[in-house]
Write a new protein. Structure first.
Length: 584
């Protein structure tokens, strides 16, 4: 029904028409045969021109938005995550971007930033997405965003803070009626509880999930992955490995690169805990290969450090150092990386007496980050590293205080065996009994070779501190033999060194260097040696990049470094280096 004002305007124009006046301004007389005067006609023409120009501009802006988004999608396909984020942001900031566009683009921005060198930049976008979804009442999308926020909190060393986020995700997933999302929410909650050492609670959420034929590959990978960890906690290696194999087989056709890499990384982590050193080594190498392939920028240094830790335990100090150096050369930033640098770098640097590495890896903020996470493993790892550092500096009170504080939080032992051993070596004597109980619990389960070796080393340190040299020597010998059986030659050397005069570990290098550049090991990094060998075979930079699954500009950087290190000016001089005396 027409409003009163519309009726009045229509009546006014009717009177103007009857009076021979302009039907627009109702004042001027138009030319014969026209309904409007010249002035109003001119104004109408100008308005039409402006409207058409605005329409053309909207079309052009829509084209720019689409072009930015397509460029972002293309950059993401080529693993150029920062470039992709810039294109998506360019589209978001244009005036013609609709609320629907902004939500879609924000999701893409959060995704690529989570894979970039600074994954923390994804957090504000996740918050923005969640705010929008809360207003729209989309429970399914809200659940998905909450699950991503939970993993972001893990990266930000706030694992404990993820629990209320996940409780909300579980509630919303049930509200949405999406059974698959509810399963994923329960599995993610189980994962976080396992990381926090709350295994019984984790089991409740895990067992609430039942797979069916309609479940996605992503969901199946998560289910087998969590099942593997649950089995490993109980020392059931066969069940753990069977589940991991199912997960990694599915990962071959998965579309989420982060999930693929995480599966391999966790597989390696669990294999190391169960004492299967060769399997752990192979899994870390596969994880690194996939991470480099997908160029998950922040995950590359994390995996380098994880792998370096295993190599350090195996006594391969030179190789371990190279991976730490590679991690240090990364421009990635994330709280979890701060912890990894300190946890791995400090222990290795002290072992090989590398003052420069020690300075680079000593990051005091990592202690607070570890405690903030609430994860026993991270707390134990960080306390072990800094206790060793403090002890090396003669600050025994600081070492004991930190270990005592950590013992209150690190209430379970799962792959953080070094922590109770460090309590035995440098902690307060009043804490020794409690730390030993933690090791005993794990040593009583199946596949406890690592725990039993650490328990023998634990007793060796305790007897050493009591002045019982003969008993310390016996326990240290047992520990060394057990560590050697595990191929943990680095720890075997630590055990032999407990009592002066003990027999040192004698072994052959498990992977002898027999490559063309083997005598240049102190000069070239492992990656530079690979590049140099391919240059000798006549490959171009592009072919080398394809072979090593790295970017061509990275090959160029390696070539510049190789030439600087070897004092040559051209790649064609490489062959001549091999003929020079080996005094480099």
């Amino acid at each position: 029904m027409a409003s009163n004002s519309t009726i009045r305007v229509a009546a006014k124009r009717a009177r103007a028409r009857n009076a021979g006046l302009c039907v627009t301004c109702c004042k001027m007389r138009p030319k014969a045969g026209n309904a409007t005067c010249q002035t109003c006609s001119d104004k109408a023409s100008i308005r039409t021109i402006r409207l058409r120009a605005a329409a053309r501009q909207r079309v052009q802006l829509r084209s720019v938005i689409e072009a930015h988004e397509q460029a972002g999608d293309l950059a993401q396909e080529h693993y150029l995550y920062t470039t992709a984020a810039e294109h998506y942001k360019g589209a978001v900031n244009l005036p013609e971007t609709t609320s629907e566009d902004k939500l879609r683009l924000a999701e893409k921005i959060a995704c690529v930033l989570s894979l970039s060198g600074d994954p923390g930049n994804a957090s504000p976008w996740l918050d923005q997405i969640l705010t929008h979804l809360n207003n729209s009442g989309n429970a399914s999308k809200s659940t998905q965003t909450l699950l991503r926020m939970a993993w972001q909190l893990w990266i930000d060393s706030k694992t404990e803070a993820s629990l209320p986020v996940l409780r909300r995700a579980i509630h919303l997933s049930a509200e949405s009626g999406n059974a698959r999302l509810k399963k994923m929410a329960n599995l993610t909650m189980a994962d976080m509880l396992e990381l926090l050492g709350r295994f019984e609670e984790a089991a409740e959420f895990f067992h609430a999930v039942k797979l069916d034929d309609g479940d996605t590959i992503t969901l199946r990978i998560s289910y087998y992955w969590r099942g593997a960890i649950a089995a490993a906690v109980l020392g059931d290696a066969d069940e753990a490995y069977a589940n991991f194999e199912r997960a990694v087989q599915l990962a071959k056709v998965a579309t989420d690169p982060y999930q693929v890499v995480s599966a391999w990384n966790t597989y390696a982590y669990v294999a190391m805990e169960l004492g299967d050193t060769n399997r752990a080594k192979a899994c870390y190498e596969q994880a690194l290969l996939v991470t480099r392939q997908y160029q998950i920028v922040w995950f590359i240094p994390l995996l380098c450090l994880n792998y370096a830790e295993l190599l350090w335990r195996m006594g391969e100090y030179h190789n371990a150092r190279e991976y730490v150096v590679e991690a240090l050369s990364s421009a990635a930033h994330a709280p979890i990386l701060e912890e990894a640098f300190a946890g791995v770098g400090i222990c290795l640097a002290l072992q090989i007496q590398d003052a420069d590495m020690l300075a680079e890896c000593t990051r005091p903020a990592a202690i607070d980050l570890a405690f903030q996470s609430g994860q026993p493993f991270r707390i134990g790892s960080m306390s072990t590293a800094f206790a060793q550092l403090y002890a090396s500096q003669g600050h025994m009170h600081a070492a004991r205080s930190l270990l005592h504080r950590a013992l209150k939080k690190a209430h379970v032992i799962f792959a953080n065996f070094d922590f109770p051993v460090e309590v035995a070596r440098h902690g307060a004597l009043s804490d020794v009994a409690r730390a030993r109980i933690l090791l005993e619990k794990r040593a009583s389960l199946p596949c406890a070779d690592v725990a039993q070796a650490c328990l023998a080393l634990f007793d060796a340190f305790v007897e050493q501190r009591r002045g019982q040299t003969q008993k310390a020597r016996i326990h240290a010998g047992i520990a060394a033999d057990r560590f050697e059986a595990l191929q943990w030659y680095g720890h075997a050397e630590i055990a032999r060194a407990v009592v002066p005069g003990s027999k040192r570990v004698e072994r052959k290098e498990p992977f002898p260097y027999s490559r063309p550049f083997s005598r240049l090991q102190p000069v070239l990094t492992a990656r530079e040696q690979e590049v140099a060998e391919l240059v000798l075979k006549g490959l171009t930079n592009r072919e080398i990049a394809d072979a090593l699954i790295i970017a061509p500009h990275t090959v160029e950087k390696h070539m510049n470094s190789i030439m600087n290190r070897l004092g040559i000016r051209s790649r064609y001089q490489l062959e001549g280096v091999l003929d020079e005396p080996s005094g480099l």
